[in-house]
Ligand binder design. Structure first.
Ligand code: FES
Ligand SMILES: [Fe+2]
Length: 351
């Protein structure tokens, strides 16, 4: 096990749940970014995410807190908090406490998932969670795919993985052959690291004997910060995937992976609305298996900085790591590797 030297409080959008996990009226307890949090869904369906502790005397709202209409009611003295975390009622006073506010996080529900915006400095979101259908601009919608939840998901909590490790897959052409068994090393056709949302496309095939020159299939991906990406395949098994890595504490992250499999002919009528079939499940299993192969590496890897890159790898990795720096509010990766402090780099705080 190797603790990452990268900051575990990067800025961006991070998945904290799948939407169906938080029913109307539910108060869901969780821990991310070293903070106890609650997610709750109001009567009108709006999800809010708060720090877990009541601003009155500190009760944990996830233990006995309840939803009343559009407010969250504390179990200790009944104070009511609205979706912005503002106190709107003290049951035994004429007026609420207008000054106190529970820290709330911007929430977006998209692609069947609940995302929070995390920024240590409290800045408002400056980029968006991509839409796994609309943002690929090919006219496809969720109705063209089997419903992914719950049968077509993977949840691996508490792994020693940093979100950046997953993003590095987007420049790591050499791993596909060894980790995913592809017959050739994919070629990247697009690397756009110009903004906080980056775009990475590559040609890839899984069929034995396929060659790069003759390849007629590939993957496009949209990466919104380090925690959120969506991919679309073309020319092969019609699938879209959404890997999401959310830091829990200084060492670990929860990993979620959601897979949409394109409906096959005969399974696209209204009688299949909301139905996952054996075919869909089997295909999703293949895609999830590939992702699990990656996880096996990521969960035990030591972040190498500076890495020993081959000539062909240099440009892509350098661009990716430069892009990643913008999400670290403390100015970037924390210097050298704490597991290897004499590698020549300076470890922050130990100059
Ligand atoms: S601690 Fe929440 S109302 Fe008193
Ligand atoms: Fe991979």
């Amino acid at each position: 096990m190797a603790r990452t030297p990268l900051s575990m409080t990067p800025t961006g959008w991070f998945q904290v749940a799948w939407s169906p996990e938080i029913a109307v009226g539910a108060v869901h307890t969780m821990k991310y970014f070293n903070r106890e949090m609650v997610a709750w869904r109001s009567a009108s369906g709006k999800v809010s995410v708060f720090d877990a502790y009541c601003e009155h005397l500190g009760a944990h709202l996830g233990h006995g807190g309840r939803v009343d209409g559009e407010n969250l009611v504390c179990p200790f003295h009944g104070w009511e908090w609205n979706s912005q975390g503002r106190n709107v009622c003290i049951p035994y006073e004429k007026h609420p406490n207008k000054g106190r506010r529970i820290r709330s996080y911007p929430v977006v529900e998209r692609n069947e998932a609940v995302w929070i915006w995390f920024d240590v400095d409290g800045r408002e979101p400056y980029f968006d969670v991509p839409d796994i259908f609309a943002d690929f601009g090919d006219g496809k919608t969720a109705a063209d795919y089997y419903p992914p939840i719950p049968a077509s998901t993977l949840y691996r909590p508490g792994l020693e993985i940093h979100p950046q490790y997953i993003m590095e897959n987007g420049v790591d052409f050499a791993h596909f052959k060894f980790v995913h068994g592809t017959p050739f090393m994919p070629e990247f056709t697009r690397h756009d690291f110009g903004g906080p949302v980056s775009y990475v496309d590559f040609t890839i095939a899984f069929d034995e004997g396929a060659t790069l020159e003759a390849a007629t299939s590939g993957v496009e991906s949209i990466n919104a910060g380090l925690g959120c990406s969506v991919t679309k395949s073309w020319g092969m098994l019609d699938n879209r995937t959404m890997p999401a890595v959310t830091p829990v504490d200084d060492r670990t992250s929860d990993v979620r992976f959601t897979v949409w499999i394109g409906r096959k002919a005969g399974e696209d009528g209204p009688e299949f609305d909301g139905v996952m079939t054996d075919y869909g499940k089997t295909m999703a299993g293949f895609v999830i298996e590939q992702f699990e192969n990656d996880i096996e590496i990521w969960a035990h890897q030591r972040y190498s900085d500076p890495p020993a890159l081959s000539r062909k790898e240099f440009k892509g990795f350098t661009a990716l790591r430069k892009w990643a720096v913008q999400f670290y509010p403390d100015g970037g990766p924390a210097g050298g590797d704490p597991e290897r402090p004499y590698s020549g780099a300076v470890v922050k705080g130990h100059a």
